[in-house]
Design a protein around this ligand. Structure first.
Ligand code: C2E
Ligand code: MG
Ligand code: MG
Ligand code: MG
Length: 274
């Protein structure tokens, strides 16, 4: 009984694995054509300042409408793209699209609205990144300090010296830098402090536990205090209800982002809350 069950599970696993590998291969191929075939779109999620209650920034999030599989999450296709040079293609696409849409965004949200764009670990290693950023700044006339590039902790830990060099070069262009999903990696604030960053984004796993778990509140409190001590702005990600918002306000978090504030939406559907 145990033996046949074990074998059954083994077969099931193989089929499952083969299907997943096939889907991956197929998606990777499809992704190469997606940008050209206009299947990629950028949506924007508002980031609100807690003191003024105004939208101070919008984060660009990539969406893929696959002709067969429908909407595919960036959590699935970004890691796929990361495995090859494809990510640099996608990254360039996002950078160009968003910086071109900025004046339209500002017409809706407000003239001071900043733009946040995610960078993948692999883009940080690409020598073409800094020239590409410089290029979009020049061609769009976007004021560099209104562009914030988000980098996950893990990206920095891959090769800290390359990352530090790239970040410094980006910073010299005048753009701002944020650490995304803070708290999910293994970096300490002491390590991050040596990098030329402006902002910490607290991962939504911590925010989700706010108001439910005393420890979460203490963790978030200490992240905010430490970040402020080294002059970093703090954004809380994934704010889903009023209670979390209250706690964050009480903890003197600077900015908030999440479904409770506003969902990621197409640029033409963005509205001002200010
Ligand atoms: P991220 O940069 O941390 O972006 C925030 C993610 O949390 C987004 O997921 C957003 O839709 C989601 N989110 C926002 N508020 C809430 C909330 O209240 N509750 C919950 N449960 N989720 C919330 P999304 O759009 O699926 O993107 C996932 C990740 O994919 C992003 O995480 C980012 O790491 C990556 N990504 C998305 N677009 C790009 C891109 O253009 N380039 C790169 N390199 N990565 C991207
Ligand atoms: Mg982000
Ligand atoms: Mg994040
Ligand atoms: Mg995330």
């Amino acid at each position: 009984q145990a033996k046949s069950q074990g074998r059954g599970r083994h077969v099931f696993f193989d089929v499952d694995l083969r299907e997943r590998m096939q889907r991956r291969l197929q998606l990777e191929q499809d992704l190469r054509d997606a940008a050209r075939n206009e299947q990629l779109a950028v949506v924007y999620q508002p980031i609100v300042d807690l003191r003024t209650s105004r939208v101070v920034s919008v984060e660009a999030l990539l969406r893929w409408a696959h002709p067969v599989h429908g909407a595919i999450s960036p959590s699935e296709f970004i890691p796929l793209a990361e495995e090859s040079d494809l990510i640099n293609l996608l990254g360039g696409h996002v950078l160009r699209t968003t910086t071109e849409q900025v004046s339209g965004l500002r017409a809706r949200v407000g003239p001071d609205c900043n733009l946040a764009v995610n960078l993948s670990p692999r883009q940080l290693d690409d020598p073409r990144l800094v020239p590409a950023v410089q290029d979009v700044l020049r061609t769009t006339g976007l004021s560099p300090s209104t562009l914030c590039l988000e980098i996950t902790e893990n990206a920095l830990m891959r090769d800290p010296s390359i990352a530090a060099e790239t970040l410094s070069a980006l910073r010299e262009l005048g753009v701002r830098l944020a650490i995304d999903d803070f708290g999910t990696g293994y970096s300490s604030l002491a390590q991050l402090r040596r990098l030329p960053i402006d902002q910490l984004k607290i991962d939504r796993s911590f925010v989700a536990a706010l108001g439910e778990c005393r420890d979460a509140e203490e963790i978030v409190r200490s992240i905010i205090m430490m970040a402020h001590a080294v002059n970093l702005t703090v954004v809380a990600e994934g704010v889903e209800n009023a209670r979390q918002l209250d706690v964050l306000r009480h903890l003197e978090c600077d900015q908030v982002q999440g479904f409770h504030i506003g969902r990621p939406t197409a640029p033409e559907n963005l509205v001002t809350t200010g």
